[in-house]
Structures are given as C-alpha cells and as structure tokens.
Design a protein around this ligand. Structure first.
Ligand SMILES: Cc1ncc(COP(=O)(O)O)c(C=O)c1O
Length: 509
C-alpha cells in the first residue's frame, strides 16, 4: 500500500509539468507548463484492511474469462480487485485505499460494513435465516411498520422483494391490475431495470436487447432535461447549481421550459394512448443511470395530475434517490411536491444487502389479491434486520442532514471547477446525488470524446478516487457516495478531478 506521503508525492509527480488550465479547450495546443495545483492529501482513515489472501489477480482474470458471463463488465482498463470496505473507503488486493464516490452504484448508503448494520445482520444470522413468508417471523413486521412510518399519505402497504427490477416489475403489475389499463409511460433516458418487463421501461438504447414484446404497452416520452433537451433555462432545476443556458422565465410566467415539455407529454396522451387512457407513469425522482438528470420544477406534479385524470397511477422510482440521499427530504419525490401512488425502492435501502420494496396504498395493493403472488426471499429475516439497522443509522447519524450539507458544498466546489475547465459543461444534482457532464463544446453541449472521458476517470482512480459514469454517452461523472462522507473527502475528490483533467488535457489521445 502506498503510504500517505508517497501517495501525495505520486499525485504531484503525475501533475508535474502540466499546465493549469483555465479557459482553453481540451483540444487546444498545449501552452507552456505552469506549476500544477497541489493535490490535497488523501484524508485520514484509522481502519486497517485485512491482508488479501484470495486468488492472485492473474487467476481472477483467468476465472473471469472462463466462467463469468460477458454481461458482467468491470470498470477501468485495469479493473480493481476490491476485497475490503470500511465506510467511505475501499481497499484493493494490494492494500491501496480508495475514496468511494459511487457507493457500489448508489447502493452503499450508510457506509461499507457499517458496524451497526454488521451487528444487526450477525445477530439475525445466529437467530434465524429464512422461513419464507409461509410463517410469521417478527422482523418483516417490525420493518414494514418502520418503513411505512417514513411514507406520507395513504402509502402504507409494503411488499418486499430483492432488487429494483423486481420492485418495478411488481409496480407495473399493480398499475395494470388496479387501473385495468395497459399502457405505461416512462421518460427517454430513464433506467428502471433489466428484467424483460422493466427493460421496456428503460429507455437508453445501450441497455436494451432487441427482444420482441419488450416494448409492449410502453410509451417513452420526451425527457424534460433542462441541460440537453430542447428547452431549458437558468432557473429550471431544484439544485444549488443551474445550467449556463439563458431563459426568459419570470416569476409570472413560471418555468417556460417545463411548460413546453409538458405539452409534449400531452401530445402522447392525445395521439398514442388508446383513447388517452393509461395504467401509469414511472419517473425516477432524479434520473440516475441517465446521468443525474433533474426535471424542470413543477413538471412531475403536473404530469402526475394528467396521469391520474386519465385513469392511471404515478410511480416514483426511488431506487437511487430514496433514504435521505437528496438531502432536504427523505424521498426524492418530496422535492416535486406531490405524493405518488406507488413508490419503488432498492439499493440504499439495504446498504448492499439484496433488499427492495414497493410501497403503495391499501387500495392499489388489493390488486395483488386477484391471483396468488409470491416471492421466496422478499422480506426475509436477514434482509429485514439489515433494513431496520439502515433506518436506525440514517436517523442516529443524521445522514440526510449530512447529505444536504456535504452535498451542497460538493456541488459548489464542482461549480467552481466548471468556471475553470471548459470541458465541464454542467454540474447538477441535490445532496449526494450529483452529476458532472463533460463536453467537447460548451455551446453545442456535445459529449467529450470517450477516450478523454475514460482517461480522466481512470486517472482519478489512480489518484485514489472512484467516480461512477452515466448518461447515454457515458460522459457524466456520477457522484453518489456513502452518505457518511465529509467535506475533507469532498476537497480531496474535487482536487483529484481537477488534477486528472489537467493531466489528461495535455495528453494526445
Ligand atoms: C432508478 C433505478 N431503478 C431500478 C433499477 C434496477 O435495480 P436492480 O439493478 O436492483 O434490479 C436501477 C438500477 O440501477 C435504478 O437505478
């Protein structure tokens, strides 16, 4: 493992001779080198990882080639072999420490191997693993009551499953059974899962297999994206940071971009839906895989009214945005100022344990009584014990408040980077749900070339910070860390990103 000073030294060496860029573009000719900024030191961590004793890196590569299906695509040219985690930190097989800014894809909500969650799981493992819900066991009941208490309005009926895709499958089934309608609306650029049912909801071509029937009854509507979409202005988003697009909106007119996108939605009701009837509409409260895209303020509330007026229900996909991540609310939909009819949740709910849920009104839940519906593992004792402990930790450690404070600081630091680096086209998000879009041209918002994006991303990793990526072109850095990170971590991550951009800017790729 690199010592702290060696790590800082390495980071400095990587920057030596590189120009600190201000307004030049990535493709401009290199100017004379100036002293780079100093990489801030990797923050302290008093945890010592276990020594790695597993198969060699080469053996892992061999097993992967022989026995792991090709859909499992690792990140990075030289993929990491991670064997230990502690809170916001990950350790590779050589003992090197990384600041995890992606949390296992927005899943590790309260911290890797959080001691309280570990203890709860250990206690449950020693008590009862599994019965399936053919018998009563206490944990699912305790947990359902606690989770329901977090939900507003009539959202009090909970059905536990094991993954986000399963939760969205079930929500689709409920919407169709409850309303008697078939059609479901989602946004282009949405990600709602990979099961054959939810693959139809997902509207990113990169994530779709050419299967007949996947799109049966699904309408993908125009994404109300204030940065990349047809319309968008300087005050559309519910975020401390806005796009650099101009707009003519005034307090009297409200958000004009939102109104234009809403008209597009109305067109779909007018032209595409059978007699304008709909079973439901899904929306992530902030799009995750699509690159942390936020909708114009007020759009979702109006869309939900339109859906309900035409027979449907509104489903909030909180798989990434739930459990305090967006900071000012526990659920992302609360920022849209409405109560959905069905809420789906996964990922952060279990801090990495396979656990997911659908929460709806008793009336909509009754639709599941029309036939037998069963899920072997859903809400099993171990998952329920973990879910309860995660809720405890979020409350005890005030992680929602931390997401707001640290996330806002993060966003502001990143907005400063946007002033310095032309290739940062947009910074957006709320709390610890952040996106940084890299572009080759600020005016056209064209994506930065893939080799440059990948090189910056990999360089950050080599300097000790793991970011995620998203967006259709993979050019949005996704920052969704465990919610326990600190401002010191943020400073390190932002300095690292700046240094990586500086380094890559002067490389010919
Ligand atoms: C918003 C959203 N919904 C649903 C899913 C599907 O979840 P899972 O991979 O657990 O099936 C994902 C996964 O990334 C997601 O981001």
């Amino acid at each position: 493992m690199l010592s702290k000073s060696a790590f800082v030294q390495t980071a400095r060496l990587m920057c030596q001779g590189l120009q600190q860029r201000t307004t030049t573009t990535l493709h401009s000719k290199a100017s004379p080198a100036v002293m780079p900024e100093i990489q801030s030191e990797i923050p302290e961590c008093d945890y010592q990882p276990q020594p790695y004793t597993g198969p060699s890196y080469e053996k892992i590569l061999e097993i992967r080639q022989k026995h792991i299906t090709p859909n499992i695509v690792p990140h990075f040219k030289k993929p990491l072999l991670i064997h230990n985690g502690h809170m916001q930190w990950l350790f590779d097989h050589e003992g090197r420490r990384y600041l995890d800014m992606f949390g296992g894809i927005v899943t590790v909500s309260v911290g890797h191997c959080h001691p309280k969650v570990n203890r709860a799981l250990e206690q449950q493992i020693n008590t009862l693993w599994h019965t399936t819900n053919i018998y009563f066991h206490p944990k699912i009941h305790e947990y359902a009551e606690r989770l329901a208490a977090k939900m507003p309005g009539e959202l009090k009926a909970v059905c536990f499953v094991n993954s986000g895709s399963e939760a969205n499958d079930l929500a689709m089934l409920m919407a169709r059974m409850h309303t008697g309608n078939q059609d479901i609306i989602t946004f282009r650029n949405a990600y709602h899962g990979m099961s054959p049912y939810t693959m139809g909801l997902t509207a990113l071509s990169t994530w779709r297999f050419p299967l007949p029937g996947v799109n049966n009854g699904i309408q993908h509507v125009m994404n109300p994206d204030p940065y990349l979409g047809l319309w968008g202005g300087a005050a559309c988003r519910d975020s401390p940071i806005q796009t650099d697009r101009k707009c003519d909106c005034t307090p009297e007119t409200g958000c004009l971009a939102g109104a234009r996108y809403y008209e597009q939605l109305e067109e779909v009701f007018k032209y595409s839906l059978p007699r304008g009837r709909v079973a439901g509409m899904f929306a992530e409260s902030i799009q995750g895989v699509g690159g942390t895209v936020q909708y114009p303020k007020g759009y979702i509330k109006k869309a939900a009214e339109l859906v309900r007026a035409n027979g449907g229900v509104f489903i909030a996909d909180e798989v990434q945005t739930g459990f305090g991540r967006t900071g000012d609310h526990f659920w992302g939909f609360e920022s849209h100022d409405f109560i959905p009819d069905i809420v789906t949740m996964a990922k952060g709910i279990g801090n990495g344990f396979p656990l997911a849920a659908v929460v709806t009104t008793p009336k909509i839940a009754a639709s599941l009584g029309q036939a037998l519906h069963f899920n072997t593992y859903g809400g099993n004792p171990m998952a329920s014990a973990v879910g309860l402990a995660v809720l405890d930790v979020i409350e005890e450690e005030k992680l929602q408040k931390n997401s707001l404070a640290v996330g806002t600081y993060f966003l502001k630091c990143l907005a400063e980077l946007r002033e310095r680096f032309e290739i940062i086209g947009d910074v957006r998000g709320k709390g610890l749900m952040i996106g940084v879009e890299l572009v080759s041209d600020r005016a056209t918002r064209a994506p930065l070339s893939a080799p440059h994006v990948l090189e910056i991303w990999e360089t950050c990793k080599d300097m000790g910070v793991l970011f995620g990526r998203g967006g259709l072109n993979g050019n949005v850095f996704r920052i969704k860390p465990p919610m326990c990170i600190t401002n010191t971590d943020v400073k390190f991550a932002v300095d690292t990103l700046a240094n990586a951009i500086t380094e890559v800017s002067n490389k010919k790729l």
